[in-house]
Design a protein around this ligand. Sequence first.
Ligand SMILES: Cc1cc2nc3c(=O)[nH]c(=O)nc-3n(C[C@H](O)[C@H](O)[C@H](O)COP(=O)(O)OP(=O)(O)OC[C@H]3O[C@@H](n4cnc5c(N)ncnc54)[C@H](O)[C@@H]3O)c2cc1C
Length: 292
Amino acid sequence: MYVPKFNYHKPDSLKDACKILNENKNAALLAGGTDILVELKKGLLNYDDLISIKNLKELKILEEDKKNIIIGSAVTHSEIKNSTLIKNKLPVLSKAAASIGTEQIRNTGTIGGNICTGASCCDMAPALLVYGALVEIFSISEKKIIPITEFFIDHHKTFLKKGEILTKIIVPIPTKNMGISFFKFGLRDAAAISVASVGVMLNFEKGKCTDSKIAIGAVSPAPKLSNNGSGALIGLNKKEISNVKTLQIIGEAVANDALPINDIRGSADYRRNVMKILTQRAILEAVNQIKN
Ligand SMILES: Cc1cc2nc3c(=O)[nH]c(=O)nc-3n(C[C@H](O)[C@H](O)[C@H](O)COP(=O)(O)OP(=O)(O)OC[C@H]3O[C@@H](n4cnc5c(N)ncnc54)[C@H](O)[C@@H]3O)c2cc1C
């Protein structure tokens, strides 16, 4: 199987990239190519023009301001996994990046490409959802910032419209009152697409949970915050949250929020059962990080 012929563009500015996107009816961006080139090869997608974002330096930033870590969309999974800044400030994002594919895929695949696939199983999504990340979107006419919760719309459908480029992911730095965790279950330890994945964020004030988010991946048309699970732990203390009964109830509630499919990696029932367990483990890991 060969990649079909296409016109290759390598613009030096965001504006030029947008212009080429707008001028060509059947064009797409090319980041690491680990997803799009595979789909082209399989004949699942077909583009006349591919626009490489390799020369767009502004998409390669990885920096900190007073409140956020700002990650350019073309930063690779390896760069995220190995960054001391990310390891110190957003360790769960580093863990999610480390869980993706193989070293070759991580060296090439980007955080932007990962979430722009809109795949329900994209592993950066649950972590970014529980960190409360925002994304910056650039087009010829405007630049906008939206919460990542609005980015994932449906199966392989994101908020991005024709001519728009995801430029940055802005992740608020968690406070010391938060516990955050991510668990992914795949059929192998390495190079495994998620059967299910869960992210959890708990915020504590004076010994009680004041905010909680639970994100689910690979078990619904798009990654999302679980409606049943998020907020369900508010008002409870550490002991109450760690209680087996509470964990089972929340695990069940989150699994009920999923709309899993049957596929080669597992049946819908299997995925729901995995969700119950992953959710409990993720809550326990998050609550154990709470010091107050
Ligand atoms: C062997 C193998 C194993 C894998 N394992 C995993 C895994 O464990 N977990 C996982 O989540 N994924 C996995 N993947 C999928 C893929 O590698 C990742 O999703 C990767 O992060 C995609 O990033 P990329 O830079 O290669 O994207 P590309 O393939 O270049 O692009 C993907 C899509 O995003 C669009 N796009 C890219 N950048 C932008 C941007 N800045 N703005 C707007 N649109 C953009 C492209 O047009 C395209 O539609 C695997 C793939 C392979 C081949």
